[in-house]
Design a protein around this ligand. Structure first.
Ligand code: APR
Ligand code: PHB
Length: 394
């Protein structure tokens, strides 16, 4: 079967879905090809922090109904070390900006419903996606669906298929300039049915390693502890996890974790990764397909949204005013903000985790940095403006 659209989008994650919605508002048609089925996408647990700019964009686009009802607006975070908590008053330091805790899979449910409601095409369960003729003016995407081979002809292809997708490897090898770092630790993440242990997110530095208290709803909590990235989750009983969380978060005034049944647990690896440029011919990469950040600071989804906002605007200018310069500048424009977020995520990660190969010099530096961050308004402001998110155009 042969099909045609203006923008062929690979991947129905935050990047692909948001791009299709932004394009449709400009009257530009697109088709999304997605490897997984809708149920799986809507059930996969990921991060849940939306920057102010992401919230504002969803609001402008009328995608905010459930987010406004169920999302939790936060005006500060806590940095905890040496048994003491220190509040960073994000809103006060950033002219009233804040962030919203609203899980990524809930965002995805809203975006999928909105796109399907307006008659948009998302083809789920497609297999064997392959890109062709990306340096020509008529690129194509081959794929199969229900054992039928199909071809999608387009003007442009948006590679929104995440870190393990097929888009990035379709760039000629000589064009792939990769910058990467893996960290010698991972995060063990849990979901726990319990009331919140704190009003705000807590980022804790301790001699036993990093811990993070986050939330999902008034009766479901998300928490993480630093662990060996090669560890097997089967080695961690629920009791061990809770004991470790309590120990890493302990304070001099006897702070207590509120506990309940753990309903989900897994280990994630941590890496930083950027490919330059984010474009080749008619193929534009967006989101995790082009860059990965470690989860400290929760920038992943927000970066994906920023990329596609630029891409949608550049495509609009190309279609409606025949101006190609924004498309030509796409990679440079995105990478400026991407590298800022890469630095912030690396910085938060480096400040808060124990590095297994250095337990003397580095911890002293970390403590000095933590103290500076909580004592100096200038240092706290730097954290705050990055945390709530820098402007899309940076
Ligand atoms: N063909 C079609 N679809 C694919 C293929 C393929 N070969 N490979 C991957 N996909 C789909 C995945 O199933 C997924 O639904 O592409 C989508 C990519 O979504 P994400 O991985 O969520 O990436 P992105 O949209 O860039 O969003 C980045 O999401 O995963 C988090 O931490 C990440 O928060 C960040 C954000
Ligand atoms: C989360 O709630 O999953 C979360 C919150 C903050 C982070 C990372 C993840 O920095």
């Amino acid at each position: 079967m042969n099909m045609r659209t203006r923008v062929g989008i690979i991947g129905a994650g935050p990047a692909g879905l948001m791009l299709s919605l932004l394009l449709s508002r400009e009257g530009i048609d697109s088709i999304i090809l997605e490897r997984r089925d809708r149920e799986e996408i809507e059930a996969t647990i990921r991060a849940g922090v939306l920057e102010q700019g992401t919230v504002d964009l969803m609001t402008e686009m009328g995608l905010d109904e459930r987010m406004k009802r169920e999302g939790l607006v936060h005006h500060g975070i806590e940095l905890r070390f040496d048994g003491e908590g220190h509040r960073i008053h994000l809103s006060e330091l950033t002219n009233g900006r804040a962030f919203t805790v609203y899980p990524q899979h809930e965002v995805l449910k809203d975006l999928i419903a909105a796109r399907l409601n307006e008659g948009g095409q998302i083809l789920f369960n497609v297999k064997d996606v392959q890109l062709a003729d990306i340096s020509s003016s008529q690129p194509r995407i081959h794929f199969s669906r229900e054992h039928e081979q199909s071809e999608l002809q387009c003007d442009f292809i948006a590679g929104c298929d995440g870190f393990h997708g097929v888009s990035r490897p379709s760039l000629p090898e000589a064009e792939q300039h990769v910058f990467t770092r893996t960290y010698p630790f991972g995060w063990l993440g849990i979901l726990m049915q319990a009331p919140p242990s704190a009003d705000e997110l807590i980022y804790a530095y301790s001699e036993r390693g990093f811990a993070l208290i986050s939330t999902r709803s008034p009766d479901l909590q998300r928490m993480y502890i630093q662990c060996d990235p090669d560890d097997d989750i089967a080695n961690w009983s629920d009791e061990m996890i809770l004991e470790e969380l309590q120990a890493r978060l302990a304070t001099t005034n006897n702070w207590q974790l509120r506990v309940g049944p753990i309903t989900q647990k897994s280990i994630l690896a941590m890496r930083s990764f950027v490919i330059e440029p984010m474009q080749y011919g008619r193929l534009f990469l967006a989101g995790d397909a082009a860059h990965i950040v470690p989860p400290t600071g929760a920038k992943g989804l927000n970066l994906a949204v920023a990329d596609v906002r630029h891409l949608a605007h550049a495509l609009k200018m190309s279609y409606t005013q025949n101006r190609a310069e924004l498309l030509e500048a796409y990679s440079t424009t995105c990478l400026r903000r991407v590298w800022r977020a890469e630095h912030f995520s690396w910085w938060m990660t480096s400040m808060l985790h124990r590095f297994p190969d250095d337990d003397t010099f580095y911890p002293r530096l970390q403590r000095a940095q933590l103290e500076y961050t909580v004592r100096s308004r200038a240092a706290a402001t730097s954290l705050a403006e990055n945390y709530v998110g820098l402007p899309f155009t940076w």
